[in-house]
Design a protein around this ligand. Structure first.
Ligand SMILES: [Zn+2]
Length: 274
């Protein structure tokens, strides 16, 4: 990626971040920031082998979806990546669907690389990383970062262990040998244990399985239920998000008695892209 393009992306990530609530170094809750931006955020546990996220426009709405079956740190990165598509690539209403290839930076597509760079700059900006290392990590000379330090960086910036290592390497804070050593330490000690020892945010390392659907989509969920696209269980879960019961919406149900197939939300999600 050209340096001039990278700079443009840094400027946009920085101006997005300026509007976010920041704790000492990291963004407090990127999911909540979507509300503030007027994005319609859908979180749903689609399963491990499904897409990780997408960004699209439906009528005038910007809709972002993240799969909450992935570890929370990964879901947050996916969200930052999707926001990147919205901010960088949405001038003429296109859609982006992301899987483990695009999110892991293994795609050669320029827009995917740009969205990943945006996500890295949004979650771990150069200045804040430097400030964290300066103020929070032992300043004794020749002391190298430990896996525990990385766990603290994870918690502060709400990123995965791997993302923290990649970002520190690309910012020149660690070299490839140090990265390898830290990666081995991670494998040996396990991220969950490191987070616990560092009194960090253990939830980052497990899936939230959160279900979050914007209120106006409840009609959409009901529509899909009425057309046999989703099972009653999914409808019930969606209703629960709004503290509604099946009885509350029974007048909207035009149900047929046939057995509903146990399909997932792919149809609902797919429908949003029309
Ligand atoms: Zn993408």
């Amino acid at each position: 990626m050209q340096e001039s393009i990278k700079r443009e992306i840094r400027i946009k990530a920085d101006s997005f971040r300026e509007k976010c609530k920041i704790s000492r170094y990291g963004i407090m809750d990127l999911f909540k920031e979507c509300d503030r931006c007027g994005y319609k955020l859908i979180r749903y546990p689609l399963g491990d082998n499904s897409d990780l996220g997408f960004a699209t426009k439906k009528d005038e709405d910007i809709v972002i979806f993240t799969n909450s079956s992935s570890r929370l740190s990964r879901e947050i990165f996916t969200l930052a990546h999707e926001i990147g598509h919205v901010v960088l690539h949405f001038s003429d209403g296109c859609s982006f669907v992301d899987d483990s290839i695009t999110i892991a930076g293994k795609s050669s597509d320029e827009k995917e690389q740009e969205a990943n760079y945006f996500a890295a700059c949004l979650l771990m900006p150069t200045d804040d990383v430097a400030r964290f290392l300066d103020l929070e990590v032992s300043s004794e000379e020749n002391v190298e970062l430990s896996a525990m330090d990385i766990a603290r960086i994870m918690s502060e910036f709400s990123v995965s262990f791997d993302m923290a290592l990649n970002r520190l390497e690309s910012l020149g804070k660690i070299d490839s040998n140090q990265k390898l050593r830290l990666d081995n330490e991670k494998t040996e000690k396990k991220v969950g244990n490191l987070l616990r020892s560092a009194s960090g945010n253990v939830r980052l390392n497990i899936p939230s399985n959160e279900i979050g659907i914007p209120y106006e989509y409840i009609d959409y969920v009901i529509y899909n239920y009425n057309h046999n696209a989703i099972p009653k269980e999914t409808l019930d879960k969606a209703l629960k998000c709004y503290q509604l019961s099946f009885d509350d919406i029974s007048d909207k149900i035009s149900i047929c008695s046939e057995e509903k197939e146990d399909v997932n939300l792919d149809n609902l999600i797919g429908g949003l892209e029309d």
